[in-house]
Design a protein around this ligand. Sequence first.
Ligand SMILES: *Cc1c(COP(=O)(O)O)cnc(C)c1O
Length: 431
Amino acid sequence: MKYFSLNNKEHKSNFENAVVNGLAPDKGLYFPESIEQLPVSFFENLEKLSKPEITFEAIKSFVGNEIPDSALIDIIEKTIDFDFPVVEIENKISTLELFHGPTLAFKDVGARFMAGSLGYFIKKGNLGNITVLVATSGDTGGAVANGFLGVKGIDVVILYPKAKVSDIQEKQLTTLGENITALEVDGNFDDCQAMVKKAFLDKEVTSSRRLTSANSINVARWLPQMFYYFFAYRQLSSKNEKLVFSVPSGNFGNICAGMMARKMGLPIDHFVAANNSNDVVTNYLKSGEYLPKPSVQTISNAMDVGDPSNFVRILKIFNEDLSNLKEGFSAYSFDDKVTKQAIHKVYEENGYVMDPHGAVGYLGLQKFLEEHTGYYGTFLGTAHPVKFLDTVERTIGEKVEIPDSIQDLMHRQKKSLQISNYEDLKGYLLS
Ligand SMILES: *Cc1c(COP(=O)(O)O)cnc(C)c1O
């Protein structure tokens, strides 16, 4: 499979280079040259296929023959060895729970697949060691740390803002050891991100270490996120209505993977991007103008993004045609107050506890269903409510049960290195 840069169609890459480098040399995002339709029989037989079989069919054409089938199956099995249940919440509304993986957020899927792919290419080739350098506002770091733990040839360096991630998130980043190093930055998430960007452009650093990133820009993190749309469809195919998925969105990697699944033939009729107060895309659909702006802080902080990186891929999927886009895609924004009201209401009426990100997804779906008839809707539960314990417990007025895996985690010893500026980071990377 070949990929091309969205900045310049002539800049091409195979899967391996796209995974190893993340971005094209012209800083464009990679996009597959062709998207293969799966045969109708595949969808008719979906219920009879196992999760690894479905996943293999979905990803095979994007990997081509660059990873042999046996190795690909091995990577897949490690990627999806947990549950993806669809839970009905109220009439015509269900949620796809994506938080049963090791770090209790959907990012486990992409992080594990990317770790498996990169690990394969390192073992096979003469790439030498690679350093995955990543800034996190909370969820990415934990998923990446967990996914890459113990992968030979890869060092992971995670920058996170001191005192600005939740306790659970911090433990997930700082207690693993081995090839994972957590750098605790005296600053906010934007500072962390700025330092990472600077390191990628610093010749002294890049000549001593091979750096790559692990966010949804990377095709090996982005594309596997389509897997669970297939799993959801398998559970929903008996609904005799048009299907709409509402996706709590920040960098729009997750929703964009769902749109790829639809391109391959998955019968999803409509996508809703559910946003918090960071409303660039909501505004774009209203005005036709894409105006990035600084992010604002919310209780659904993994979606505090002012210039979503995957938006260019969405435009590509819809052939850069706004009316085409509007037919398959809607976007709505909700502030923290409304989000908390939704968490409270759904708990009171249905006994279901949503995290703030899932709650935004619920709100987006509800709004879409109010305006359109003949649909059955599913919103993506992107994180377990315990990851945002304070907000959730205060909103529902009750304690949330903590899974055993998290209780163990909370007793582990935190290990981090404190840094306060770029020179500290550089010093660490050169040491
Ligand atoms: C990362 C994240 C999101 C946003 O996903 P994108 O792919 O960046 O749109 C939503 N919810 C949670 C809990 C997340 O961690």
